[in-house]
Design a protein around this ligand. Structure first.
Ligand code: DGL
Length: 271
């Protein structure tokens, strides 16, 4: 048994999709969430800058005594996971491998679509992971740089004409390739599930990066004897690098819990 908390981080709100899954499947665990809201989005930046930010995020989280870190960010995973793992002596789970494993299981026609940030698409990490699992899978990737800023601005609800237009424009060419599975390769995108599912229709299965990595973390904790006492209820502490109210508002909506006054602001440049 190990009662230490798990660190979870993302460039902003996206990692909440992993938090939602963790609350469901590991309710006994304490979580420390960091959203780098002062510097979001990461996805249009260079690999060097993303790695620099990710190192600071990890240093901040490691100011707590953690038992594991979930990198709830596709962009950090695709660009920096192996470097961060080699620099840190604690288990770190990213989002790419677990998500691709699920997509490879789900697809029937072996045509998989993947949407993510520009940095993630450029890295080729999702295609490489899918091809390691099954070389016959045809992968069509599309960078969707406008989605993270729109989600961060609260434009994620079905019926919002702006987000619906942007999602349709990004997805239509990809759907024409006949995919039966779509990887939401950025953890912000599950907040758009309603909108994306509406555009894709019932013939396309959505696989969400944040959720699959939560299951992977659960397996890893179990295998390492690192789970907390299952009879307790865990707590989550939220930290952000810019003003907390917008984050709290969207987090409350998404996690369906009143999170007003729950996030603390830190200066990430000090780490
Ligand atoms: N949630 C991050 C991801 O999974 C968003 C990246 C960004 O900040 O652009 O890629």
């Amino acid at each position: 048994m190990d009662m230490r908390p798990i660190g979870v981080f993302d460039s902003g709100l996206g990692g909440l999709t992993a938090v939602r899954s963790l609350w469901r499947i590991l309710p006994e665990e304490d979580l420390i969430y960091f959203g780098d809201t002062a510097r979001v989005p990461y996805g249009g930046r260079s690999r060097e800058t993303i790695l620099k930010y990710a190192r600071q995020d990890v240093r901040f989280l490691r100011s707590f005594d953690l038992k594991a870190i979930l990198i709830a960010c596709g962009t950090v995973t695709t660009t920096s996971l192996s470097t961060l793992q080699s620099e840190n002596d604690l288990p770190m789970v990213g989002v790419v491998e677990p998500t691709c494993r699920r997509a490879a299981l789900v697809t029937k026609n072996k045509r998989v679509g993947m949407i993510a940030t520009s940095a993630s698409v450029r890295s080729g990490a999702y295609e490489a992971a899918l091809h390691r699992l099954d070389p016959e899978i045809a992968v069509t990737c599309r960078a969707c740089p406008l989605l993270v800023p729109l989600v961060e601005a609260g434009r994620f609800r079905p019926g919002d004409i702006v987000i619906e237009t942007v999602v349709r424009e990004y997805l239509e060419p990809l759907l024409e390739t006949g995919v039966d599975t779509l990887i939401l390769g950025c953890t912000h995108y599950p907040l758009l599930t309603g909108v994306i599912a509406g555009v894709c229709g019932p013939g396309v299965e959505l696989v969400s990066a944040g959720e699959e990595s939560a299951f992977e973390l659960k397996r890893l904790l179990k295998a390492g004897g690192l789970r907390a006492d299952e009879n307790r209820r865990g707590e989550t502490a939220f930290y952000v690098s810019d003003q907390a109210d917008d984050f709290e508002h969207t987090a409350s909506l998404f996690l369906q819990e009143d999170l007003r006054h729950s996030a603390r602001r830190i200066d990430i440049e000090q780490y």
